[in-house]
Design a protein around this ligand. Structure first.
Ligand code: LMR
Length: 331
């Protein structure tokens, strides 16, 4: 090969190499602990679909559901170290990163129904919570809904006295710890991925969660009685690593933000129906009896929970009073 040709060949190789390099997609790992077949699971897949579409394939989203990549405790560390780019933990799981204020949303009966919940997350309280993440190097992108909690055991849980001495799995929130203790139960923190086995083997007697989680994790197969108490709400904050997010090319970041906005609308839009469907399937299975509380029973639960609000103010701060005001709850 003549010298001139050799230079041309090297040049075109460099060009080809350069363009191949430029075409390497940006990988976004999105890890979560529930199945694909839940409001959060479907929301993550919708984000993948839209993010890949809006960026014309410049971004590839890898969704790791059902604790296949990280469990509850590990995922926050993974976000911090850059091993994963997106998570959607429940608000019960923010204390370890130093933002316990999120737990205020786990308080019992703290929202005036679904409408109250939506008003809170879209308003200054929700925005203020996401802003608190900034100091931790985390960017809060959205809140995703998963409806109201049920509670279960192998016996009916209808009055506070029924909780006396039973071991109940909680996901980490100090608030759930307080309210189950107020009912006389013994709360225990366990990773979500360990709940089924813990219920099956009697490590714990009961748990709380939403119908979609009971159904997709099969908790209803190992709990004979479920009370659709709606005593607290389950919501997630979708979060990303700020350094990574801000380091993205601006056009890509905007396209991802648009994909997130639409995936959020989608996930929040299906949450109610997914939970209604899951509850119907649980009932149809005949494996668990689903109870609904009478107004008198609800009143007894509310009375038992009363000290929790004052205790929560001490543990979490002024946001508790703000939420109580919105819900019309007096300490
Ligand atoms: C739990 O741990 O009970 C839930 O937060 C799991 C989830 O992400 O819905």
């Amino acid at each position: 090969m003549k010298r001139r040709d050799a230079i041309a060949a090297v040049g075109s190789l460099a060009l080809a190499g350069g363009s191949a390099f430029a075409q390497q997609p940006i990988i976004v790992k999105f890890s979560h602990v529930v199945t694909n077949d839940t409001p959060k699971g479907k929301g993550a897949l919708k984000f993948k679909e839209l993010a890949e579409k809006y960026t014309n394939g410049k971004v590839k989203v890898e969704v790791y559901p059902n604790s296949t990549l990280y469990k509850d405790k590990e995922e926050m560390d993974a976000l911090n170290s850059g091993s994963v780019q997106m998570l959607a933990p429940s608000t019960a799981k923010f204390r370890p990163i130093g933002v316990p204020e999120f737990e205020a949303m786990d308080l019992p009966y703290i929202f005036n129904g679904q409408e109250g919940y939506e008003k809170t997350v879209k308003g200054p309280i929700g925005k203020g919570l996401l802003k608190k993440l900034e100091a931790k190097g985390i960017t809060g992108l959205a809140f995703w809904d998963n409806g109201f909690h049920m509670v279960s055991a192998n016996k009916p849980l209808l009055m506070p006295a029924d909780f006396q001495g039973i071991k109940v799995r909680i996901s980490g929130s100090k608030i759930a710890d307080l309210y189950f203790r107020a009912l006389g139960a013994l709360p225990q923190i366990l990773a979500f991925s360990e709940v089924y086995q813990a219920l099956q083997t009697g490590v714990v007697d009961g748990c709380e969660n939403t119908p979609s989680n009971y159904y997709t994790q099969k908790f209803f197969e190992v709990q004979k009685h479920i009370t659709n108490s709606q005593h607290a709400h389950l919501q997630y904050a979708v979060i990303t690593n700020t350094k990574w997010w801000n380091g993205l090319p601006a056009d890509i970041r905007n396209q991802l933000a648009k994909a997130m906005e639409e995936a959020t609308e989608y996930s929040n839009g299906i949450a109610k129906e997914e939970n209604v469907d899951a509850l119907a399937k649980i009932k149809a299975s005949g494996k668990s009896t689903v109870h609904v509380l009478t107004p008198d029973q609800v009143a007894a639960w509310k009375k038992a929970f009363q000290p929790v609000y004052t205790e929560a103010q001490g543990k979490i701060g002024p946001i508790v009073a703000e939420l109580m005001k919105e819900a019309g709850i007096k300490a």
